[in-house]
Design a protein around this ligand. Structure first.
Ligand SMILES: [Zn+2]
Length: 70
């Protein structure tokens, strides 16, 4: 039976385990024809709140600092 020649250090083991089979989320173009942002698949668009061609979220737009001061 093959035996490892050297012991793998704690950090090598931990980095290997944390990164094993890691993959980036699949992205697709938003279903809203007016948006065209890249969104994560099976998630509502974070830009306009559309999912499967419907408005499912209301996106709050931050007020500008100049408006709050006045
Ligand atoms: Zn969108």
């Amino acid at each position: 039976m093959a035996v490892p020649k050297k012991r793998r250090s704690k950090s090598k083991k931990r980095t290997h385990r944390s990164l094993w089979k890691i993959s980036s989320p699949q992205m697709q173009v938003c279903s809203n024809p007016n948006c065209d942002e890249l969104t994560i698949r099976h998630h509502a668009c974070t830009h306009c709140g559309f999912y499967k061609g419907k408005q499912v979220l209301t996106i709050k737009v931050k007020e500008k600092k100049a408006d709050k001061e006045n």
